[in-house]
Design a binder for this molecule. Structure first.
Ligand code: M6R
Length: 361
């Protein structure tokens, strides 16, 4: 049931805080991540040097956040492939290596085939999924359940947030298998996440007002750097799948290599620009876009209001936890896409040509 919300998508976005609680419950003890499911892999995790990750769509954006996070925090190399590509490539899988397969539904055909291929070459599979008893769970060595509850809307929202939190836990678990006292400060941040996350939903009404202003544009460019880049990818995917507006996402540094040529007054730029180590770089990119007369919409936590002059519209998220920006800034891109689709009179729960589970390739 929609519990008073106009659409399941909106309801599911507002369920994100409780999903975060569900993922975290029982999984942190005395500054350590406890993932009992992983016990049989304890030894391999200790020696882990590389990890292969496969996923599709929104789940592949969660995979990218996982890569940025684990690589930044450790010496482990994380190799992410979209499942539909991995399954037709030379797999480069060594016996005993670990593959992480991420799939909300656990039924995505390309991800299942990637898992089967990796197993043929001797990989062990850790799956991250939301659906109990799904095909993926039956074919994996270890399953990390999201417990996010059923996601009815075709657009993945709460499951993405739950995936991100689970993948932070997995990354910390890997790090703590190597150095048992590692990253306690980050674990504390994770514990505070449900409370901090509430701030991310507070701006819904102002995002609605912004969506009304932008709904008639035919093109959008999403940009970000570092942790902001996967959020840009996810923002563009959400907008195109439910509003059918053309949206493309780039790491901001790539603009000059081609895409900036498209910008102009009819091509707004949605920038993910948290106040982090890359803020000044992002700011220069935004200035370049502005000088092409593109409208600038920015999601930020810039307390110095450096962007106030620059951006036409600002979505402010009150947070300072750099590694958690991908979670905390996600409701902004989801709500923007939702309100644009709704304002256009479209049903965001049932986008045309799309199915919730992609069981054929
Ligand atoms: O169930 P999965 O996570 O394997 O699904 C993968 C994609 O089909 C899925 O994330 C899709 O991109 C989303 N529904 C988009 O919102």
């Amino acid at each position: 049931q929609k519990s008073g919300y106009k659409h399941f998508m909106l309801k599911e976005i507002f369920e994100e805080p409780s999903c975060i609680v569900s993922v975290l419950t029982g999984r942190i003890k005395d500054g350590r991540v406890v993932l009992q499911e992983l016990e049989p892999f304890e030894v391999s995790l200790k020696e882990l040097q590389t990890l292969k990750v496969v996923a599709c769509g929104t789940s592949s954006h969660a995979a990218l956040v996982f890569k940025y996070f684990l690589e930044n925090m450790s010496d482990v190399t994380v190799d992410v492939d979209v499942s539909s590509e991995f399954r037709y490539k030379k797999p480069h899988i060594k016996p005993g290596s670990i593959m992480v397969a991420i799939s909300q539904s656990g039924e995505t055909a390309d991800t299942l085939e990637s898992v089967r291929l990796a197993k043929k070459y001797g990989a062990k599979i850790i799956s991250v999924t939301n659906v109990l008893g799904s095909t993926l769970t039956r074919e994996s060595d270890i399953v990390l359940y999201l417990n996010a509850g059923p996601e009815i809307s075709v657009a993945a929202t709460k499951s993405y947030v739950a995936q991100l939190v689970m993948l932070y836990l997995l990354a910390i678990k890997i790090i703590q298998s190597k150095e048992s006292t590692g990253k306690r400060d980050f674990v504390d941040k994770l514990l505070r996440l449900p409370e901090v996350f509430e701030n991310s939903l507070k701006g819904a009404e102002s995002i609605h007002a912004i969506a009304k202003k932008y709904k008639d544009f035919k093109h959008f460019m999403y940009i970000g750097r570092g942790y902001g880049y996967p959020t840009a990818l996810e923002g563009a995917l959400k907008l195109k799948e439910i509003s059918y507006i053309h949206a493309t996402a780039y790491p901001a540094g790539e603009l000059k290599h081609g895409p900036i040529a498209m910008l102009g007054p009819d091509f707004p730029v949605f920038s993910i620009i948290p106040y982090d180590s890359l803020f000044q770089k992002m700011k220069s990119n935004v200035i370049e876009c502005k000088s092409r007369n593109a409208k600038i919409l920015a999601v930020t936590n810039d307390e110095n209001y450096e962007l106030k002059e620059l951006a036409d519209d600002l979505i402010y998220v009150n947070t300072s936890d750099e590694q958690l920006y991908p979670v905390l800034m996600t409701p902004a891109i989801q709500l923007f896409a939702y309100f644009v689709a709704d304002e256009l009179g479209l049903d965001p729960d049932k986008p045309r040509n799309l199915a919730k589970s992609v069981t054929v390739e």
